[in-house]
Every structure is written in structure tokens, then in C-alpha cells.
Design a binder for this molecule. Structure first.
Ligand code: CA
Length: 227
């Protein structure tokens, strides 16, 4: 789960980031409205925590612009004011929920959980492709009685590939979703992790393989496809 925090009060933003990281969310933090919009528009986040009063572009404008551009990422607005007008305005702009400062972090966590559930995301225990099973709680990859542990990045990459069920995932998608929107990761990083995954596939003696499509990306393939 990736969460974007757009909040110009640096200490509050850092504190929220810390709390969310402890809950295993991947967190990006930005402190002004224009960066906030650019990050949010990337579409990679599962939830955006958005302050109303921001330098550059305010929270209302950010949500309005996102929704105009068909970006439906759930947004929780943070408002310092408790006036009903502000809440209504936030919801009218397309926000999904709001919280009035100050608030308890537990309440924010609960609302994030509620919003990500509402998104219709099915919570799975495992994913499968061909003879492979990926355990989403332990990061173990299994095939015919054998099992091997994946490190975090291998796990995230394989999750993307398995989610695509044989469709192509671009290197760019992998970089943004696994390393983050503003990371320095390059194609070489992706290639390195793909080769680690292939070694683990070989260890498991799976019939599935990771196919590279030059200049496009990767996809999973079952053995029968290769004939
Ligand atoms: Ca503010």
C-alpha cells in the first residue's frame, strides 16, 4: 500500500509518515500544493492524505483537478477548521473523507483502512500463476512442495507480474511501483532483480518463466505458451 502525504507542517507530516511506515505502508511526503498535485497525479498511490491549506495550490484545488483528470485515488482531507462549510466543500470537490486537526493517529489509520477496503480491493492471502503460489503474508514463493523466501523488492516485482497474469508490465511501471515516484532506480536495478527472481524460479523448477520483451518490459509465461 502506498500513501502520499501532502502537508506543509513538516513536523506533522513527518509524524504521520512515521506512524504509517510502522504499519508497513510505503509513504511519500511532500510539503506544497504543486508537488502534491504532481505526485498525486502519478496514480500510484492507494490513498492520499491531503491538507487543505497549502502553499502553491490548496487541497480543494488539488482534488478538483485530480477528479477532472479522472484520477480516482481516495483522498482524506485534513482541515484545521471544523466549520461545516469546509467539510462540505472538501467532499463536494471530490474528497472521500475528511479529518479535523488535531486528530488521533489511530483514527487516521482506521479511515485509511476503510477507504482502501471501499476501493473494492480484495484482500488476498496468496497469488498464483501456473504452478507457482506466492504467499502474501510470508513472501514465500512455492512450487510443487518446494519453497523459497523472496526479499521485499523481488516480492513486490513478482506481485506485479502475477497480478498481470501474463500481460506485460513495463520497466517504468516496476520502477514507480516498487522503488517509488522520485527514486533514482534505473532499468539496471529492475534487470538485476528480475535475474534474482529467475534464479529462484530455477531453484523451484517451475514451468513458469519471466519473459523479457525488448524495450517494453516483462511478462510471466507458462510452459505451454512457449511451444
Ligand atoms: Ca497547512
Amino acid at each position: 500500500m502506498q500513501v502520499l502525504i501532502v502537508e506543509d507542517e513538516v513536523r506533522l507530516a513527518e509524524a504521520l509518515g512515521q506512524i504509517l511506515s510502522e504499519q508497513k505502508y510505503l509513504v511519500d511526503i511532500v510539503h506544497d500544493g504543486e508537488d502534491g498535485y504532481d505526485y498525486a497525479a502519478s496514480g500510484i498511490y492507494d490513498v492520499i492524505v491531503l491538507d487543505v491549506m497549502l502553499p502553491g495550490m490548496d487541497g480543494y484545488e488539488i482534488v478538483r483537478k485530480l477528479r477532472r483528470n479522472k484520477n480516482q485515488t481516495p483522498v482524506i482531507m485534513l482541515t484545521a477548521r471544523s466549520a461545516t462549510d469546509d467539510k462540505v466543500k472538501g467532499l463536494d470537490c471530490g474528497a472521500d473523507d475528511y479529518m479535523t486537526k488535531p486528530f488521533e493517529p489511530e483514527e487516521l489509520l482506521a479511515r485509511i483502512r476503510a477507504l482502501t477496503r471501499r476501493q473494492g480491493e480484495v484482500v488476498l492471502d496468496e497469488m498464483t500463476f501456473g504452478d507457482l503460489t506466492l504467499d502474501l503474508s510470508t513472501c514465500d514463493l512455492k512450487c510443487a512442495g518446494k519453497s523459497i523466501h523472496l526479499n521485499f523488492k523481488e516480492f513486490e516485482i513478482l506481485k506485479l507480474l502475477m497480478g498481470a497474469q501474463g500481460s506485460v508490465i513495463t520497466k517504468e511501471d516496476i520502477i514507480v511501483k516498487v522503488w517509488g515516484y522520485d527514486s533514482d532506480a534505473s532499468d539496471n536495478n529492475v534487470e538485476a532483480y528480475i535475474s534474482f527472481l529467475r534464479k529462484k524460479f530455477a531453484f523451484l523448477k517451475t514451468k513458469a518463466s519471466i519473459i523479457a520483451l525488448r524495450k517494453v518490459g516483462y511478462r510471466l509465461m507458462e510452459e505451454q505458451d512457449q511451444r
